[in-house]
Structures are given as structure tokens and as C-alpha cells.
Write a protein that binds this ligand. Structure first.
Ligand code: FES
Ligand code: FES
Length: 169
């Protein structure tokens, strides 16, 4: 697979999760293990641009895929998280960042969420309610949610709705 732009060859047992492959075999400990059962979002990474929880993904499922972890991200979201106090201990932050990136791409592609009123045409705007719902898979034990939402709103507004939509591949 390709990890953060680098072709990477691993020989693994089929039972090894993508999370353990990243952390234990590649030494990429930016991706965090919170629950190891798909409940917290701390392990969120992007696979071919789509956010997934790495603890519930087998590494062998990612053969030939493009993996992006927090180590491979250089995005205004990171500076916005700092500016808006979008973290306290930081444990959930790598997953929050990867999830926010994936979320912005999903929004840009017009994907609705459960709080989107117009399912036929997608969300009219990336409201705080939309952000909170779309980020609801990422828990923060420190409760930095207000800062996280503000950071994402800031980046979305700077890009403009059209800019966010235009970023979708
Ligand atoms: Fe994967 Fe919690 S560690 S969802
Ligand atoms: Fe501590 Fe989110 S910043 S868990």
C-alpha cells in the first residue's frame, strides 16, 4: 500500500488491523488507539480519501490503497485547531483532523447527513449542526467540541462553500 505518499510493503498475518500495522509495524504512532472497537474515532485515517476507523479495518484490505494519516497532513485545519483551542490532551486530535478532512470532502460532494433537510439537493450550508452531526463519530474526552466545531467552521468559511465543494475529488 501507499502510506502518506510512500510505497510500503508489509508481510502481515490476515488478522492484523490497519491501526496496528501503522502503529506497531510502521512506527506511525500519530494514529491513536482509543477503544479498538470502532466507538471513539481516535484511529480515523483516510483510505483513498475516505475516512475510516483503522481499528476495524484489516491491513490486508488496504492492499494497493492510498493511506493518509495525520503524519501526512499539511492543511489549514491544523492551524485552525490551534487557533481555536480545538484540543486539550490531544489524544483524539489526529482522528479529529483526518475525520474533518474526510467530512469536508463528503460535504463538498453534496453528501447529506441525518440533519440535512433537503436530501435531494444536499445541505444548503455547513452549519454548526451539520458539523456536529458529521463529526459525531469522533469523541473527545476533554470536551473540546466547541473549539473543534469553530476550527472546522473557520476553514470552511475561508474556503467558501464553493471552495469546499470544489475540493472534492
Ligand atoms: Fe478505533 Fe476507537 S480506536 S474507533
Ligand atoms: Fe483530549 Fe480530545 S483533546 S480527548
Amino acid at each position: 500500500m501507499r502510506v502518506n505518499g510512500v510505497d510500503t510493503v508489509l508481510a502481515l498475518e490476515p488478522r492484523v488491523s490497519l491501526l496496528d500495522a501503522l502503529r506497531d509495524r510502521l512506527g506511525m504512532t500519530g494514529t491513536k488507539k482509543g477503544c479498538d472497537q470502532g466507538a471513539c474515532g481516535a484511529c480515523t485515517v483516510l483510505v483513498d480519501g475516505t475516512r475510516i476507523v483503522a481499528c476495524l479495518t484489516l491491513a490486508v484490505q488496504c492492499e494497493g490503497r492510498e493511506i493518509t494519516t495525520v503524519e501526512g497532513i499539511d492543511h489549514p485545519l491544523q492551524r485552525a485547531f490551534v487557533a481555536h483551542d480545538g484540543f486539550q490532551c490531544g489524544y483524539c486530535t489526529p482522528g479529529q483532523l483526518c475525520s474533518a478532512l474526510g467530512m469536508l470532502q463528503e460535504y463538498g460532494a453534496g453528501a447529506p447527513s441525518v440533519v440535512t433537510e433537503d436530501l435531494a439537493h444536499g445541505p444548503a450550508a455547513l452549519s454548526d449542526e451539520e458539523i456536529r452531526e458529521r463529526m459525531s463519530g469522533n469523541l473527545c474526552r476533554c470536551g473540546a467540541y466547541n473549539g473543534i466545531v469553530a476550527a472546522i467552521r473557520d476553514v470552511a468559511e475561508q474556503s467558501g462553500a464553493e471552495g469546499v465543494r470544489g475540493r472534492s475529488a
